[in-house]
Design a protein around this ligand. Structure first.
Ligand SMILES: *Cc1c(COP(=O)(O)O)cnc(C)c1O
Length: 409
């Protein structure tokens, strides 16, 4: 049997579909965010990162790095086992309390990633509800889709953020049948926000439970960084809030926050929680430092929004096809996988700008894009440089510009 041919052919399929992915070898420089070193085939080069999900640069914040180093020095690196075996180390206890407080919930439960928290969290919650039906937004993240699949119960997909459709589906389900609505608060590829208050209205009217992924919003929205639900004043109306420590909090790990009973049940039944080693103490301390900082500091949030608005304005006035977005995400339409990859390569090789191409299956075919995520540390000079580089690349690839700005005429 020629086993290697299976893998060879699988890889060839990706190459044929222009879906084969290459990861740049990058080395961030603490204290110089968003600057980094690119270990290119020709050697090391300085580059500027424009697509990081360390949205606020907290991964290099002195308080966060300091907490990690201090804890590693004091208690060591690893957790020493699953929580069943090793108990719960104290920095993790503190972190869960910090997260419960962040979301105004009785309790929180930590997982090794946001992915795992969705996958095992949704599956476990739905399995514990007899005859549950899950209503899942059409654009939910793969981790939620996997959680819904693993739940093994009936699932119905509602059109993305379409409240009329969601209501129609809810109305068709018997009133006494348990229902779980699963959605994100901020969809990170288009940068749109779900109508959480309306979702809560519908959930209350039709007796459904709600599960909301706030991965792209925690730390960045709401007066204390509690996310879109905090900003919209609906945190208390959502049953389960899920988030990550790996994006705006600059570390690693995922969590759910909910009532003490839900958390206790998931803790007791979720395989993705029970059978894996807990996050290391230094990571937990670093995440706690990031969350605490962002609970009181608004500077990062305000500057973040200001930078995103400026990038949108400058690129739009240059005629670049900025897709409309109500958030910190700035998607730039390309609409062709080959050109999207080429644009990304040219930006890196000729301009020292790193923006990963976003192709199928992350987004629908024909909507390939560059996804730009400005941070508080992208200054005016970097933004102007980005616009100039993009214009050159657009010309090189024969990509269309929108109407020329007055200044350019
Ligand atoms: C990144 C992401 C996750 C997974 O979070 P990790 O902590 O990176 O595993 C979950 N949901 C959404 C919407 C995401 O974009």
């Amino acid at each position: 049997m020629d086993y290697s041919s299976f893998f060879h052919n699988a890889l060839n399929r990706l190459h044929d579909e222009r879906r084969y992915r290459v990861f740049a070898d990058l080395e961030r420089i603490a204290g110089r965010f968003p600057h980094a070193l690119w270990h290119s085939p020709q050697g090391r080069r300085d580059v500027v990162i424009w697509c990081s999900n360390d949205y606020l640069g907290m991964g290099q914040h002195p308080k966060v790095v300091g907490a990690m180093v201090e804890t590693a020095t004091r208690v060591g690196t690893g957790a020493g086992g699953t929580r069943n075996i090793a108990g719960t180390h104290h920095p993790l206890v503190q972190l869960e309390a910090e997260l419960a407080d962040l979301h105004g919930k009785e309790a929180a439960l930590l997982f090794t990633s946001g992915y795992v928290s969705n996958q095992t969290g949704i599956a476990t919650i739905a399995k514990l509800i007899p005859n549950c039906v899950i209503l899942s937004d059409a654009l939910n993240h793969n981790s939620m889709i996997e959680g819904v699949r693993q739940a093994g119960c009936e699932r119905i997909i509602f059109r993305h953020s379409d409240m009329a459709h969601l209501e129609e589906l809810l109305r068709a389900i018997p009133a006494d049948r348990p229902k779980l609505i699963a959605c994100e608060s901020l969809y990170s590829m288009d940068g749109d926000i779900a109508p959480l208050a309306k979702i809560c209205d519908l959930a209350e009217r039709y007796g459904a439970m709600t599960y909301v992924d706030e991965v792209h919003a925690v730390g960045m929205y709401g007066p204390r960084g509690g996310g879109v639900a905090e900003r919209d004043g609906v945190m208390h109306r959502i049953d389960v809030l899920e988030g990550t420590l790996a994006k705006a909090f600059g570390c690693l790990g995922g969590y759910i926050a909910a009532s003490a009973e839900i958390i206790d049940a998931v803790r007791s039944y979720a395989p993705g929680f029970i059978f894996t080693t807990a996050l290391p103490p230094p990571i937990c301390s670093a995440a706690t430092a990031a969350i605490r900082h962002l609970k009181t500091s608004n500077w990062e949030r305000e500057r973040h929004q200001d930078r995103a608005a400026r990038v949108k304005a400058i690129l739009t006035s240059a005629g670049l096809p900025v897709m409309s977005s109500e958030t910190h995400i700035v998607p730039l339409f390309v609409g062709d996988p080959e050109k999207c990859k080429r644009a990304s390569d040219l930006l890196l090789e000729q301009h020292g700008i790193y923006i990963q191409p976003i192709n199928y299956p992350t987004v629908a075919k024909g909507t390939e894009r560059l996804r730009i995520t400005p941070s508080p540390y992208h200054d005016d000079g970097l933004i102007d440089g980005l616009a100039e580089a993009l214009l050159q690349v657009w010309e090189q690839l024969g990509l269309p510009l929108k109407r020329k700005s007055l200044a350019a005429e």
